[in-house]
Design a protein around this ligand. Structure first.
Ligand SMILES: [Zn+2]
Length: 535
């Protein structure tokens, strides 16, 4: 058999412990045919084979982004980006000019807003926005997706009061109804908020978003994503894209459920698991929010917030409620994916998992906790013991991400050392996977790798959580494949595995820390197809 693609002179980081290094790779159809020395695989070259000279650069398994919101991210690209806005004065300026340039926009929607405060230290509210724009609805989403600021007009359009009437809306339960009015963005968000929109996606609009999204992922070397919001309709749209040969990423779609969702929602997740057996689109997991985020004091902590002695935040499910969901999921062989950020929410989630008796073998259901921003050290060894995967986002660490010091202020100096404990979790034997949470943070895995390799301590008494390159890559490849029960077909460069690889512009292993800052993706291959090539 001759190969379709032959890559030689590469520095292949295979992630296969039995054969860690190689020079060359042959791809036939959608699989890897052979991995070895240049000379070993030259006899697989045929007259039609595409030959690629990697010029000594790194070739890796395609990145797997284990936590992303693809359609929301794409729909949001049409919004005003507020990432660089630091003050009310700046906000006023951009909103005023944006509304003048965009008379066609019925709603003024902005994203990546910081938690801006007024002179008295309180957060801005609807009066401040009314003061800037009062004749069109304004909706501004926080960078962490847990708070939305709206003006009076937006509240009015959404049928009256939402939240406490201040225009400061916390969590999807408060902002879902308003967002549902904003058009395509609202439609994309409905699988996260659980609020049905009046209009639903036109199939072509949805296919367009999928194409746009996978254009973005392929340029970053991402070949698989775990989409953390979704439902069966979304899954069908991705299957349709696959049938049209227009799907340029593999995708696991989690069914998101909200407090108050009925058992039929879990049934839908089981349907999603059975709907497709393709290696491109899969279902089989249920996403649940146990708490919110630290920035808005909605994360559940063991001890009160440093900035508010009366508040610890709350868990969104009682033990009894959550255990019922876990039991129902386990009955249907579904993975439970739990957003838990505060040390209180993490402990509560682990306590509940521990009480479920149906647990055989290591990582029996591959349940996961997402984010784990603040974990009590006593709970670290429980991750391995209970077989719960830690899914974290390197780019969320406050010093590197947006939002700067609010996280540190709210957590307070005594607890900062328990923040983002990647390395401690590894030392405790836990399985750690990495991701972007795009559009919350940049989808670029190389930027995230860089932040792992160069991480500074969060406080004086913090232990080093800096990562070593192989460990980071494991979290982005083999361990991420494990988290979706696909470690036997992807995540490694190994004969018989799916041909998902990424070629970089440097040899990462010469001096990873130095090389990473100007490393780019040169080529992405998915399922044996070249889906991205840097010109
Ligand atoms: Zn997320």
């Amino acid at each position: 058999m001759k190969c379709d693609i032959l890559i030689t002179n590469a520095h292949v980081i295979t992630m296969d412990p039995d054969n860690p290094w190689a020079e060359a790779l042959a791809i036939g159809g959608n699989k890897i045919l052979a991995v070895g020395k240049n000379a070993d695989i030259l006899d697989l070259v045929g007259s039609d084979s595409i030959r690629i000279d990697a010029q000594g650069n790194s070739l890796l398994p395609g990145f797997i982004d284990s936590h992303m919101h693809l359609l929301i991210g794409c729909a949001e690209l049409d919004n005003l980006n507020l990432e660089s806005i630091q003050s009310m004065a700046e906000l006023r300026q951009v909103l005023v000019s944006y509304q003048a340039i965009h008379p066609e926009k019925l709603w003024i929607c902005g994203s990546h807003m910081k938690y801006l405060t007024k002179e008295d230290g309180s957060l801005i509210d609807k009066n401040d926005l009314d003061d800037i724009i009062n004749d069109r609805p304004v909706v501004l989403m926080a960078y962490d997706y847990h708070t939305v600021w709206v003006n009076s007009k937006a509240l009015e359009e959404a049928g009256g009061e939402a939240g406490d009437g201040t225009g400061l809306l916390r969590e999807p339960s408060q902002y879902g109804k308003v967002l549902a009015k904003t058009g395509i963005w609202g439609q994309a968000l409905s699988s996260l908020t659980g609020v049905k929109t009046e209009e639903t996606f036109q199939p072509m609009a949805l296919q367009k978003l999928i194409r746009k999204g996978t254009e973005i992922t392929s340029q970053y070397g991402i070949t698989s994503i775990h989409n953390m919001d979704g439902n069966i309709h979304m899954q069908k749209a991705f299957l349709e894209a696959e049938q049209r040969d227009e799907l340029d990423t593999r995708i696991l779609i989690s069914k998101s459920i909200m407090p108050g969702s009925g058992i039929e929602e879990i049934q839908e997740a089981a349907e999603m698991k059975n709907l497709s057996s393709s290696a491109m689109v899969s279902g089989g997991s249920v996403k649940i929010f146990m708490d919110g985020v630290i920035e808005s004091e909605t994360a559940c902590l063991l001890e009160p917030y440093a900035t508010n002695a009366r508040s610890k935040g709350v868990n969104l499910y009682s033990g009894e409620q959550f255990r019922k969901i876990v039991a129902a999921c386990q009955e249907l062989d579904l993975q439970v994916v739990v957003h838990a950020i505060g040390d209180g929410a993490i402990r509560h989630t682990l306590d509940c998992f521990e009480k479920e008796p149906n647990r055989n073998g290591e990582y029996p259901f591959r349940h996961r906790i997402e984010h784990l921003e603040l974990i009590h050290p006593d709970d670290i060894p429980r991750l391995k013991r209970l077989g719960v995967i830690a899914s974290m986002q390197p780019y969320h660490v406050p010093v590197y991400g947006a939002g700067d010091n609010i996280w540190l202020e709210k957590v307070g100096k005594d607890r900062i050392k328990n923040g983002f404990l990647w390395q401690s979790i590894r030392h405790g034997g836990g399985k750690l996977i990495f991701s972007s949470d795009w559009p919350v943070a940049s989808p670029d895995p190389l930027k995230a790798v860089q932040s792992c390799l160069t991480r500074l301590p969060l406080s004086e008494d913090s232990t080093s959580q800096r990562q070593e390159i192989h460990a980071v890559l494991r979290s982005y490849t083999t361990d991420a494949a494990f988290a979706e029960h696909q470690e036997n077909i992807k995540g490694k460069i190994k004969a018989g595995y799916l041909a998902d690889v990424v070629l970089l512009s440097q040899n990462l292993l010469v001096d990873a820390e130095k090389a990473i800052s100007d490393t780019q993706v040169k080529m992405t291959i998915l399922d044996g197809r070249i889906i991205y090539k840097k010109e």
